[in-house]
Design a protein around this ligand. Structure first.
Ligand SMILES: *Cc1c(COP(=O)(O)O)cnc(C)c1O
Length: 220
């Protein structure tokens, strides 16, 4: 029941704040969710599941048979690619060429990928520096299995909305630069926004938000 209400409230907020022609895809970040909760999420209308650990993804897929898109949103170690890469529909965390090489080797058909960018400069955050992104995407061009459909970032965990907003704006302007200069990478999507900052992300042009804790919170 809580999950239903949560999803409904979030959908209303999204619809209120998004631009008319803006498509916002809600990806459930399911690292805190049980399979039972994921089934409830599915019946509340969520059809994209985002896991962040390979072992958990494969386990949950065995027990969850409803038709959803599986997005991988966590750090992906190269040695784990082989066993999972054909089980997912999208990857939000492409951040190095060695990972692209493994994907090229083991994936059977093109994979929708977001290039992860560290827009905050925090050392603990994964992703390429903004200044590295253009050349990285250039280098990906020969990779037939990598389809760069967008960029992804994680903003810092802070109450300072302006800091968060600046990160999202950095991602957006990188995307615009890529779209101007590249002919091969469509890069039309922005995966940004989590429970604490998804409304700011939508204002700054998010097409994919990754929500975890807010979907599972208990209502009084
Ligand atoms: C856990 C996680 C999220 C969701 O975080 P919440 O704050 O719980 O919404 C989003 N993206 C990634 C990559 C995550 O690991």
């Amino acid at each position: 029941m809580d999950i239903n209400i949560n999803v409904l409230e979030i959908q209303q907020k999204i619809n209120k704040i998004k631009k008319q022609d803006q498509q916002v895809n809600l990806v459930a970040a399911t690292k805190y969710a049980s399979v039972e909760q994921m089934i409830a999420l599915y019946h509340s209308g969520i059809k994209k599941m985002g896991e962040s650990r390979v072992e958990v993804l494969l386990q949950k897929q065995k027990r969850f048979n409803l038709p959803v898109e599986w997005h991988f949103i966590g750090t992906l170690q190269s040695r784990k690619v082989k066993g999972m890469i054909n089980e997912i529909d999208a990857l939000h965390s492409l951040d190095r060429l060695s990972l692209a090489k493994e994907i090229e080797k083991f994936r059977s058909k093109p994979l929708k990928c977001f290039v992860q960018v560290n827009t905050s400069g925090e050392e603990t955050k994964k992703g390429l520096r903004p200044s590295e992104v253009m050349s990285f995407i250039h280098e990906l061009k020969p990779y037939a299995k990598i389809e760069v459909i967008g960029l992804m970032t994680m903003a810092p965990n802070t109450k300072d909305t302006q800091i968060i907003r600046t990160c999202f704006q950095t991602l957006k302007s990188l995307q615009q630069e890529i779209q101007q200069k590249m002919t091969w990478a469509t890069c039309e999507n922005l995966s940004m926004g989590m429970s604490n900052d998804y409304l700011v992300a939508i204002e700054e042009g998010a097409t994919h938000i990754r929500l975890g804790s807010i979907l599972l919170k208990h209502n009084e």
